[in-house]
Design a protein around this ligand. Structure first.
Ligand code: FES
Length: 384
């Protein structure tokens, strides 16, 4: 028995219980593995899926319906995501996608993928993956969901582009289950043709008085008569009369956070009222606040992976991307600096870590970094 176990409150009682069991021929380990099996049932590390349907949502976005290849889809909370794995140009990598289907049915998960300029994984999903293909995903994860204990009954959803997906899951659940929650959805897009789920959102808001759907178009066509411009403080105040009574949720492209967060803050809302989905690092990390002057993002450094080998990484790419490119696979999930799964220990050298990385106190103290959100600034050595 380890020395620290003696500090456990019930240590003596438990020891006596085990000895009593042994005397009577009872194996106290009889439950061994059963708890783990139940946990794995509800929180599997991976799910094998089949693409059972592909739905064209807009010219640049498709919904992939993922059905279980064997077994079943585990339960999830509306707003959570799965990490989808794939091999792109010989590189095993992954991307997190929010589930847009309702958690009330578990025959399938829907994820929606939008094209991004110079996309790597999105191009793979949109151009290569077809109906019937097998995909592996993580189990559902994430903290971007409604919590009735802490969050207001009136939710203001601020979505941009493909950031509608977690809200779609929440709205579908609210409508399907008849939940007593009010939603104001401000959904920003460049043009009318880019709005994902428009017809369904319109119909749901017409049928459910607690759902208020407002598309906001920044570059409207001549015939568009709805709300135009960006989602700023004026826009929020126009559609949300009781601004201090709501919880605000934001999900969208990086530029939207940069614009909308200060707008919400200008309304003197307490920070606890603003929830935002985590997002991956900036596509051009050199523009990130705090990026060291004079570093171009093109510098190449060596990364010695202790006990494995030495690889090369660019200052402008995440350490995780460099590891994956070199074929070194480590556990990964959110790719946003939130879940901690991709942590590695930094033995020597310096890295840049942008804002919003959820490092624990122990990480900072013992030199752990999140490989999905850190960038080498010199030759480094790490331990997996
Ligand atoms: S994969 Fe979640 S923190 Fe890196």
């Amino acid at each position: 028995m380890k020395a620290y176990a003696k500090h456990f409150d019930r240590f003596e009682a438990l020891k006596n219980e085990m000895e009593e069991g042994r005397r009577n021929g009872i194996d106290y380990r009889a439950d061994r593995g059963k708890t783990g099996a139940i946990i794995n049932l509800y929180h599997p590390k991976t799910i094998d899926c089949q693409v059972s349907e592909i739905i064209e949502e807009t010219p640049d976005a498709k919904t992939f319906r993922l059905s279980p290849a064997n077994g079943y889809m585990p339960p999830f909370l509306a707003g959570q995501y799965i990490n989808v794995f794939g091999e792109v140009n010989g590189i095993r990598t992954s991307r997190p996608y929010s589930i847009s289907s309702s958690p009330l049915q578990r025959m399938y998960y829907d994820i929606t993928v939008a094209r991004v300029a110079d996309g790597f994984f999105s191009d793979y999903m949109l151009n290569i993956v077809k109906k019937g293909d097998r995909l592996q995903t993580s189990g559902p994860s994430g903290h971007f969901y409604f919590n009735p204990l802490f969050h207001s009954k009136h939710s203001v959803f601020i979505a941009g582009g493909c950031g509608i997906t977690p809200f779609m899951s929440m709205i579908r659940e609210i409508c399907d289950a008849g939940l007593n929650r009010n939603v104001t959805l401000l959904y920003g897009n460049r043009g009318e043709k880019n709005i994902i789920f428009h017809d369904e959102l319109k119909e749901l808001s017409e049928r459910n008085s607690n759902i208020n759907y407002i598309p906001v178009i920044s570059d409207p066509s001549g015939i568009y008569s709805g709300q135009c411009g960006f989602i700023d403080a004026c826009c929020v105040q126009k559609f949300v009369p009781d601004i201090s009574e709501c919880t605000y949720y934001i999900c969208g492209p990086e530029a939207m956070y940069e614009y909308c967060l200060p707008q919400l803050e200008s309304m003197n809302l307490p920070l606890r009222k603003i929830r935002r989905e985590m997002f991956p690092s900036a596509r051009d990390i050199t523009k990130e606040k705090g990026w060291p002057a004079g570093v171009t993002g093109q510098e190449e450094f060596s990364v010695k992976v202790r006990g494995v080998r030495t690889i090369t990484a660019k200052s402008g790419e995440t350490l995780l991307a460099a590891l994956e490119r070199a074929g070194i696979i480590i556990p990964v999930n959110c790719r946003c600096g939130e879940c901690s799964i991709c942590r590695v220990k930094l033995i020597s050298g310096k890295v840049f870590q942008p804002r919003n990385v959820h490092l624990r106190l122990a990480d900072a103290r013992f030199g752990y970094i999140h490989s999905c959100k850190c960038y080498p600034l010199e030759d480094i050595e790490i331990m997996l």
